[in-house]
Design a protein around this ligand. Structure first.
Ligand SMILES: Cc1cc2nc3c(=O)[nH]c(=O)nc-3n(C[C@H](O)[C@H](O)[C@H](O)COP(=O)(O)OP(=O)(O)OC[C@H]3O[C@@H](n4cnc5c(N)ncnc54)[C@H](O)[C@@H]3O)c2cc1C
Length: 371
């Protein structure tokens, strides 16, 4: 069986890796557009108490988080070192004791079905600052030990390298679908035609443009996120946990004294690849309200990414009724680094007609197709 994967973000590389390890002939095509979400994503993997109130979202996000250790072990067994991935734990922070009690209750209930959540501890503000020193003095926390953080770009590069070892052919370029009547038979890229039994569109926010020639309007749009990277020189940040306040903002740390504060959620941004004054001031103001001592840090970098946002909070995974030979895996929105590897693996299973451990009905692409 031969497969062409369009898109080299977290979804596409994991799908290509999974397929190649099953002995399939795989070509991965990536244009690496500016604003590739997987290179900008903060990298928080902690879905167990989330703003998104949807059981279908929770289920796939939970399975996404659960899949991480297996994927990392597989990459290590293939001789890859995965930089930037660590189980650091997370602190859900609030000034309200009732809120912390409520979060603790949710986590304890969910832990029955998700033991990977790990330890759950209520911390007073002084204890919380022991975990994350710059934290605002009135914030208490619920600590959850199972949370992970991952450097998206580095994880994608690692999986891509491992895919090549397993036989994936990588082409840098922009693919267009080649089709006959209602059947996709391959792509054109860099002026050449490539044919395959199946084509997977894992093209993130750019997926809709691939379908336009087939007369299909896919409801997936870019949502710009601007995210700020700071350096806290002289601080060992390597074990600092992820910080999740009640708002949609957050922060996390990496080994090189780096603290990442995110992020804007700019619905309707289009593919406007720009750092804006409003965006950066919003993120810094929110970050400092959670951790005022970050003001001593230095501003290192601002990353910009386009989250692929579908008609609802759920990803768009599976075939399209009207077209044969084509599978979609996009629309992962703000949770794509959490569920992306799992979704890529699911897409590989769908292509190979293997059973999956999740009812895929809620994620069916038909709901995202405008007629
Ligand atoms: C600021 C920000 C913070 C985030 N934080 C988190 C977080 O903490 N936790 C979390 O779980 N998620 C987070 N996310 C979400 C996550 O990053 C995305 O959902 C995920 O990376 C999407 O992956 P993808 O593979 O679908 O798309 P992408 O990573 O965007 O990759 C798509 C790829 O397809 C390529 N492509 C498109 N069209 C073509 C074509 N025609 N031919 C060839 N190649 C093509 C593009 O060039 C691109 O390389 C964040 C996102 C942003 C922007």
């Amino acid at each position: 069986m031969s497969v062409i994967v369009i898109g080299g973000g977290i979804v596409g590389v994991t799908a290509a890796y999974t397929l190649a390890k099953k002995g399939r002939d795989v070509i991965l095509i990536d244009k690496a557009h500016e604003g590739k979400a997987s290179s900008a994503g903060a990298g928080i993997v902690c879905p167990w108490n989330h703003r998104i109130q949807s059981n279908d979202w929770y289920e796939i996000a939970r399975l996404g988080a659960k899949y991480y250790p297996a994927l990392i072990s597989e990459l290590e067994a293939d001789g890859e070192k995965v930089d930037g991935y660590k189980k650091t734990g997370a602190l859900y922070v609030s000034i309200h004791t009732e809120k912390l009690n409520e979060i603790e209750g949710t986590l304890k209930t969910r832990r029955k079905n998700a033991p990977e959540i790990g330890d759950i501890l209520i911390l007073n503000p002084a204890q919380a600052r022991g975990f994350f020193p710059p934290l605002e003095k009135s914030l208490g926390a619920v600590y959850v030990s199972g949370a992970m953080r991952v450097e998206g770009k580095s994880l994608v590069d690692t999986i891509r390298r491992a895919s090549v070892k397993s036989g994936v052919e990588i082409i840098n370029g922009e693919a267009r679908l080649v089709y006959e009547e209602n059947q996709v038979i391959g792509v054109t890229v860099n002026g050449e035609r490539k044919f395959a039994d199946s084509v997977l569109i894992a093209a993130g926010a750019w997926a809709p443009s691939l379908l336009v020639p087939l007369g299909i309007k896919l409801q997936v749009e870019p949502e710009r996120g601007q995210i700020v990277h700071l350096k806290m020189m002289g601080h060992d940040t390597s074990n600092w946990p992820v910080i999740l306040p009640e708002s949609s903002y957050y922060m996390l740390a990496f080994d090189d004294s780096r603290v990442v504060v995110g992020a804007t959620r700019e619905v309707g941004s289009g593919f406007d690849y720009r750092t804006t004054v409003a965006g950066i001031s919003e993120v810094i103001a929110e970050g400092l309200s959670i951790a005022p001592r970050l003001r001593t840090g230095s501003l290192e970098e601002v990353r910009i990414g386009f989250r692929p946002t579908g008609p609802d909070a759920l990803p768009v995974i599976g075939p399209i009724d009207s077209v044969k030979g084509l599978i979609l895996a996009t629309g992962l929105g703000s949770s794509g680094l959490t569920m992306g590897p799992y979704v890529g693996m699911l897409a590989a299973k769908i292509i190979q007609e293997e059973p999956v451990d999740l009812d895929l009905t809620p994620y069916n692409p038909q709901r995202a197709i405008l007629v």
